[in-house]
Design a protein around this ligand. Structure first.
Ligand SMILES: Cc1cc2nc3c(=O)[nH]c(=O)nc-3n(C[C@H](O)[C@H](O)[C@H](O)COP(=O)(O)OP(=O)(O)OC[C@H]3O[C@@H](n4cnc5c(N)ncnc54)[C@H](O)[C@@H]3O)c2cc1C
Length: 401
């Protein structure tokens, strides 16, 4: 499928430059590369290093800290390209944390912390790829986290358990969310949570951090971990922003991140669709290409229509996100994530069906896209929680929890 089938939204010169640059880079990382990374569950280090050399890991970091100082739409373009190139969800996910963990640092960290990490993040010399929020006893109810950070002199002491934390094995630092005031003692449950920049080498040196990888089937090149913090001592200067306001700091920028996730799902969906179209044109059964059969052609075309529509919603949201109020920004970003994840899933599903038995053969990649497309409906927020947002905050329906 010519890539222009995907080029359905208006981009300015800078955004086209991002697209062409990422297309050039990803041309060296083909389906064989991704198939092998998936089979071996191996991080795409070569791709990430190349993106770092070209400055793309600092896409959101201001120029004064060595980044390129671009915005949400440019990130969406980059992430879609990384997915559509054959990287699927794993391609963009391999760098996602590093891109978005820069946001609260830029907005809230002290100058000292910014100077310590942002230039290195932009060049790729420092990896701050992990955000540690989710906990086993809280799940989607993230303000119920139980990890505690107790102030002792000029340090905080962090104790607690995290789960499903991505890229810890490829991170020098992590952002850790912990309660500095128990939930029972705050007026609103969103209060009393703080954000810390944790030096992971220091944590291992203190013998205050254990991690264990969670074996999983989707997005295998990007690993997820359980983490146990046991009395980790973090200097006070590593508190990011204001004590007790970490959850608000995290929410600030969340809508932009959600659009990036939508773009990642779109890239994956387009990759699956491209495989479906190629195979439907090539495979001959009953003396005709299977793509002549409307039972194959129509679902492929329908998946394309859904991807196009989700792409329109995603990119138009990126254009206006800063000009609309918070609820409307949330509505647009959540709608984009919801539609993109479902559109990617539909595209991957028809891609598997069109391949017949080869739909489950590793060599055709569509089974990999299918596994990854299923994951996009679960992370970073489940489809149900997105619908809760739209139902409660936009439509005024009663909250069920
Ligand atoms: C591969 C992967 C990578 C991840 N990376 C990170 C990371 O880097 N950092 C991090 O902090 N977290 C990470 N997560 C965690 C992720 O954000 C959570 O898995 C996700 O938010 C869902 O939480 P849960 O798994 O606990 O599901 P649960 O909250 O247990 O939900 C289970 C099911 O119940 C539904 N449900 C629950 N409550 C409601 C309700 N009120 N209304 C309707 N439906 C409801 C959910 O939609 C879901 O279908 C990752 C997860 C995965 C799988």
């Amino acid at each position: 499928m010519p890539t222009h089938w995907r080029d359905t939204v208006a981009l300015d010169e800078q955004q086209r430059l991002v697209r062409e640059s990422i297309r050039d880079i990803t041309a060296d990382f083909d389906d064989d590369y991704w198939r092998e990374r998936d089979r071996k569950a191996e991080y795409p280090t070569e791709l990430v290093d190349t993106l770092g050399e070209h400055g793309w890991l600092g896409i959101l970091i201001p120029e004064e800290y060595g980044g390129v100082g671009m915005g949400t739409k440019e990130v969406a373009v980059m992430m879609e390209e990384l997915g559509a190139s054959g990287g699927g969800f794993s391609g963009p996910q391999s760098i996602h944390g590093g891109i978005y963990n820069s946001v609260p640092l830029i907005r809230y960290a002290s100058e000292e912390l910014k100077a310590e990490v942002l230039p290195g993040m932009a060049s790729g010399d420092i990896a701050l790829q992990s955000l540690c929020l989710t906990e086993p006893n809280a799940g989607s109810d993230s303000t119920s986290i139980e990890t505690r950070a107790e102030k002792e002199g000029d340090e905080y002491v962090i104790t607690g358990q995290k789960i499903w934390i991505s890229r810890v094995d490829h991170s020098d630092y992590a952002l850790v969310m912990a309660r500095t005031t128990p939930k029972e003692d705050v007026e609103k449950r969103t209060q009393g949570i703080s954000m810390f920049l944790v030096d992971l080498d220091d944590a291992y040196d203190q013998d205050a951090l254990d991690i264990e990888r969670i074996p999983k089937t989707a997005s295998r090149p990007v690993h997820s971990f359980e983490m146990w913090f046991s009395g980790l001592r973090v200097p006070e200067r590593n508190l990011v922003g204001v004590e007790g306001e970490g959850f608000y700091q995290l929410l600030d920028g969340l809508n932009e991140e959600r659009l990036a996730i939508a773009a990642e799902a779109l890239g994956l969906g387009f990759a699956a669709l491209e495989s479906a179209v190629d195979y439907a044109n090539e495979r001959v059964v009953f003396d005709r290409p299977i793509g002549k059969n409307q039972s194959i052609q129509h679902p492929i075309a329908e998946a394309y229509a859904r991807l196009r529509a989700a792409k329109q919603v995603t990119y138009s949201a990126a254009d206006v996100l800063e000009d609309v109020d918070r609820t409307e920004a949330g509505a647009r970003a959540n709608t984009a994530k919801y539609l993109a994840a479902d559109a990617a899933f539909d595209a991957a599903d028809i891609a598997v069906q069109a391949h017949g038995g080869f739909g489950v053969a590793r060599e055709y990649d569509v089974e990999r896209y299918f596994r990854e497309a299923r994951l996009t409906r679960l992370v970073p927020i489940t489809q149900e929680l997105v619908l809760n947002y739209l139902g409660n905050n936009v439509l005024g329906l009663p909250k069920s929890y």
